[in-house]
Design a protein around this ligand. Structure first.
Ligand code: DC
Length: 211
């Protein structure tokens, strides 16, 4: 049976890095589900199609290939903004969730990270982590990342952006971001990535021993 690790949390909480480390450590396949929303948004933007036509967005979502998703290509701010707009559309979510569920069944195991993995995509996952950090810490990490990459960033603008993204992710009617009832909460505000990885590994190992 495939072992599924479901990881949810707000933007810039560290779930991407943690998911990659866990997938590498256990030899599992990893899917960053945010990239499926971003790829759909990019395809619409590239084709000059509207972001507010649900039928067009659904058709585009159905064509997204999970194999070639690359965060470097999809990380642009406008793509993230567009992604969070189409992520409120139920038929877009249905199309992408379907593809994500198929991915989650790959042997020997998978790590999926996003906003609704433990609540909607893989509610049967034996391990659910809800990775979070204060909005201030998340904004600082995002800001430092941009600066380290040679970019220009204003902390106040990045902070405002984190808050807007949170409101949109947590406030939408379909599959809002929230911890599953049986999720383990991991607040990384004062944790290094190594400490977060060790904490997650302890939780995963315990669940594997129960299977
Ligand atoms: O994590 P990210 O910034 O790459 O996500 C892009 C957008 O997609 C974000 O606004 C939330 C949305 N998303 C979602 O609704 N459900 C997921 N499972 C993953 C991302």
């Amino acid at each position: 049976m495939t072992f599924i690790i479901a990881i949810d949390g707000p933007a810039a909480a560290g779930k991407g890095t943690l998911s990659r480390l866990l997938a590498e450590y256990y030899g599992f396949h990893h899917l960053d589900t945010g990239l499926t929303y971003r790829a759909t948004a990019k395809a619409l933007l590239d084709a000059g199609l509207p972001l507010d036509d649900e039928a067009v967005a659904e058709r585009t979502a159905l064509k997204v290939e999970l194999g070639g998703l690359d965060r470097r290509v999809l990380s642009r701010h406008e793509i993230g903004e567009a992604a969070s707009k189409i992520a409120v559309m139920p038929s877009v979510r249905r199309a992408l969730v379907e593809a994500q569920r198929r991915f989650s069944l790959k042997a020997p195991g998978t790590v999926l990270d996003g906003r609704d993995i433990g609540t909607v995509v893989c509610p049967q996952a034996p391990v659910k982590l809800y990775v979070t950090a204060s909005a201030e810490v998340r904004a600082k990490r995002r800001h430092d990342e941009i600066v380290a990459g040679g970019g220009n960033a204003d902390y106040a603008a990045v902070f405002a952006d984190v808050k807007t993204r949170d409101d949109r992710d947590m406030g939408r009617a379909d599959s809002p971001l929230k911890p599953a009832d049986d999720a383990h909460l991991l607040d990384t505000s004062e944790m290094s990535i190594e400490a977060a990885f060790q904490a997650a590994k302890t939780i995963v190992d315990a669940a594997m021993n129960k299977e």
